[in-house]
Design a protein around this ligand. Structure first.
Ligand code: PRX
Length: 584
C-alpha cells in the first residue's frame, strides 16, 4: 500500500485485486437501497420474533463447526494462558445464567460486572443477557465515586467482582440499599468468601450447564454503560437486544472478520468498544478472540500479536501513539499473521497511519462511533480508498449529516454538528430513568452526536472536535463536571473549572483550575495533597494531570464557569464572545 497526494490530501488507494476478498467488496452497491430488515436474518432468532443477543454469542454456534473452535484465548498478566471453545463458553454461560436465576435475578434486573480482563467477564456478561437481565460493565480502575454513581443510579441488584477489587465495593455498600448481592470471582485467588457475599466458584460448581435462554423481545434491554456529558452526572446509556443485528454486521463488514480470524480488541469491557467489539460482534461472527489482561507495553503487545497469530487488530490512537514512541521495538517482531488493523475513540492522525504502514505494512482504518450509537457509524472500509485524517463514510443503513443548530444540513466543507438520522438497530433506547437527557439528543429531529465535523464533496467525514466541553483523554470520555465535583470535595477547594488540554500522546489531558477557600494558601504540599485526594476519588483516566491554583475563575453572570474561556486562555487563543463574562 502506498500513499499518493491529490489536492493536498494524502490517499491510500486500495488495490483492485485485494478488494474482492473484502467482506464488502463494493460500498456503493451495499449502501444503495440497504434495508436493516434484510440484515435481521444474519443473526439467530427464536420463533415468534424473539431475539437474545447473549444467545447469539455462543449458543447459536452449537452443532456447527464453530462449537469446537476457540472462542477465547486468554493471556493473564503473568503469562498464563487459558483457552475456551465456543462449546465450553456456552456451557459456562448457561451455568452462570442458572446461578443468577437461583439468586433471584430476573428479567430487567441490573447486574454489574466490576472485573479485570479475565475470562469470567465473558461468561458473566453473556450469562446475564441470557436471563434477560441487563448487564452493566465497569472499568476496573473506577474509584468510589464512579462506582456509587453507576450502581446507585441503576439500582443494581448484584455486582460481580474479585477479592482484589472488592474493598472498593465494601466501602460504599451501605450507600447502595438496592444492592442485594456481591458475587466474588474467588477461584483465581482462593480467598475466603465473607458473610453477605456469594462465591462464584462454589455456585458455578453446583450449577447445571443446561439453561433455556430467555426469549427476550428485540426491544428488551440488554446492556447499559455509563458515559459522560457536559453537565450533570454520568448518563446510563441503555441498549436493546436488537442491537446485535448491527454489532454482528459491522463486525463482519467493518472489522472484516472471517471464519479463521484471530481477533484482538485492546479495549476494556468497561467501555463500549470492549462490549460491542470485544464481546457481541466478534462472538456472533464465531471468530477466536485474544484477550490480554496485562497493561500496555510495546514489546508485550507485539509478542501477543506474533504468539497468538492475531490477524485482525482493533486498537486506539493513544495506544498507537505510544507504540510510535519506540518504533525500533517493532523491528523484533514479524507481524506475519496480521492482515487488517483498525482504530477508534479519537482522531486518527495521518502520522499514525503512516507509522502503521511502515511498522506493520498495513493501514489503520479509522472507525467513528459512540457509547450511544452502540456500533460503528462512520468508517474507512476494506474496499475503499483511505483519505488520511478522515473518518470515512457512513455505514450502510446509516444517514449521517452535518447540520447547524436548527437541524438544517449545511453544504459540503462547512463545519457543523455531526448528526445521524434516528432509527438504527443499535441506537440507545433510554438514558436510564432520565427522559429529559434522552430527549436532548433528538431535539432537532436528528440524533446529535456532540461532535463537530465536516463532510467533503466525496462524502467523506472529517472530525473537527467536540461541540461541547466533554474531554477525550486516551480515548476515554470524561465529563468536566464529574472532575470538578470530585475536586470541590477537597476541604481547601472553593471552585474548580476543568478543561481538556491538547497532548501529543493522550489526545487531551485533564487540566483543572481551582480557587481556594479562605484560610488556605497555595503551596506545593497543598497541591500534593489535592492530587492524592483526586487520584483516590477518580478513576485512573479521569484525574487531572495538571492543576493550577488561580485567584478567580471566569463565569457567566448566572454563575456558570466558562470552561471555553479557561481553554482559550490556556492555549493562548482569542477568548471570543465574553459578553456574559464576570470574573470573581
Ligand atoms: O468525540 C468522539 C470520540 O469519542 C466520542 C465517543 O466516546 P465514547 O462514547 O466513549 O465511545 C468511544 C468509542 C466508540 C465521540 O463523540 N471519537 C470516537 N471515535 C472517534 C472519535 N473522535 C475522532 N475520531 C474517531 N474515530
Amino acid at each position: 500500500m502506498t500513499i499518493k497526494t491529490v489536492n493536498q490530501i494524502e490517499i491510500i488507494t486500495k488495490e483492485a485485486g485485494k478488494i474482492n476478498s473484502c467482506n464488502m467488496p463494493d460500498y456503493k452497491a451495499m449502501y444503495t437501497g440497504f434495508d436493516w430488515k434484510n440484515a435481521y436474518d444474519n443473526v439467530s432468532w427464536f420463533d415468534n420474533g424473539k431475539l437474545n443477543a447473549g444467545y447469539n454469542c455462543f449458543d447459536k454456534h452449537l452443532g456447527t463447526p464453530v462449537e469446537n473452535k476457540d472462542a477465547l484465548i486468554w493471556e493473564g498478566a503473568t503469562g498464563e494462558i487459558e483457552k475456551y471453545t465456543y462449546g465450553q463458553m456456552a456451557q459456562l454461560s448457561n451455568k452462570f445464567s442458572n446461578v443468577l436465576t437461583d439468586t433471584g435475578i430476573k428479567k430487567g434486573d441490573r447486574v454489574f460486572i466490576f472485573l479485570p480482563k479475565i475470562p469470567e467477564v465473558y461468561v458473566t456478561f453473556v450469562g446475564i443477557l441470557k436471563t434477560g437481565a441487563i448487564a452493566g460493565t465497569m472499568f476496573s480502575a473506577f474509584g468510589k465515586e464512579a462506582l456509587i454513581d453507576r450502581l446507585g443510579d441503576s439500582e443494581a441488584k448484584m455486582v460481580i467482582t474479585t477479592p482484589e477489587l472488592k474493598p472498593r465495593i465494601d466501602e460504599i455498600r451501605d450507600q447502595l440499599p438496592k444492592l442485594e448481592n456481591v458475587l466474588v470471582v474467588d477461584n483465581r485467588d482462593g480467598q475466603d468468601i465473607r458473610q453477605g457475599e456469594l462465591s462464584y466458584s462454589k455456585l458455578m460448581q453446583g450449577a447445571s450447564d443446561e439453561y433455556d435462554c430467555v426469549h427476550t423481545d428485540p426491544e428488551d434491554y440488554s446492556f447499559m454503560l455509563y458515559t459522560s456529558g457536559t453537565t450533570g452526572k454520568s448518563k446510563g446509556i441503555v441498549h436493546a437486544h436488537l442491537g446485535i443485528v448491527q454489532q454482528d454486521l459491522t463486525a463482519n463488514i467493518v472489522l472484516d472478520l472471517k471464519e479463521d480470524d484471530i481477533y484482538w480488541c485492546t479495549a476494556d469491557h468497561g467501555w463500549v468498544t470492549g462490549v460491542s467489539y470485544g464481546i457481541l460482534g466478534p462472538f456472533s461472527n464465531g471468530v477466536t478472540q485474544v484477550v490480554y489482561e496485562g497493561r500496555f507495553d510495546a514489546a508485550k503487545w507485539y509478542e501477543v500479536i506474533d504468539k497468538h497469530k492475531v490477524t485482525v487488530w482493533y486498537t486506539a490512537p493513544t495506544a498507537i501513539r505510544m507504540l510510535m514512541k519506540t518504533p525500533e521495538v517493532a523491528d523484533n517482531y514479524s507481524f506475519k499473521s496480521l492482515r487488517y488493523i483498525l482504530s477508534v475513540g479519537e482522531p486518527l492522525n495521518p502520522e499514525a497511519i503512516r507509522f502503521g504502514l511502515k511498522a506493520y505494512g498495513l493501514a489503520f482504518h479509522d472507525t467513528w462511533w459512540q457509547t450511544e450509537t452502540g456500533s460503528i457509524m462512520i468508517t474507512n472500509y476494506c474496499c475503499m480508498d483511505i483519505k488520511l485524517g478522515s473518518m470515512g463514510k457512513p455505514f450502510p443503513g446509516i444517514t449521517a449529516a452535518i447540520i447547524d443548530d436548527e437541524g438544517n444540513i449545511v453544504p459540503p466543507g462547512t463545519p457543523g454538528l455531526l448528526a445521524l438520522k434516528p432509527g438504527w438497530p443499535s441506537q440507545l433506547r433510554e438514558v436510564w430513568q432520565n427522559e429529559p437527557k434522552f430527549k436532548e439528543y433528538f431535539e432537532t429531529g436528528w440524533y446529535v452526536s456532540g461532535d463537530k465535523a465536516y463532510e467533503d464533496t466525496d462524502g467523506y467525514f472529517w472530525f473537527i472536535g467536540r461541540a461541547d466541553d466533554v474531554i477525550m483523554t486516551a480515548g476515554e470520555r470524561v465529563g468536566p463536571f464529574e472532575v470538578e465535583s470530585a475536586l470541590v470535595e477537597h476541604p481547601s477547594i472553593a471552585e474548580a473549572g476543568v478543561i481538556g488540554k491538547p497532548d501529543p500522546t493522550r489526545g487531551e489531558i485533564i487540566k483543572a483550575f481551582i480557587t481556594l477557600r479562605e484560610g488556605y494558601s497555595a503551596s506545593d504540599e497543598l497541591l500534593d495533597d489535592i492530587k492524592k485526594f483526586v487520584k483516590k476519588h477518580l478513576a485512573g483516566h479521569a484525574y487531572p494531570r495538571e492543576i493550577d491554583i488561580v485567584e478567580s475563575l471566569p463565569k457567566t453572570r448566572s454563575g456558570k464557569i466558562m470552561r471555553r474561556v479557561l481553554k482559550a486562555r490556556e492555549l493562548g487563543l482569542p477568548v471570543g464572545d465574553v459578553a456574559t463574562l464576570e470574573e470573581d
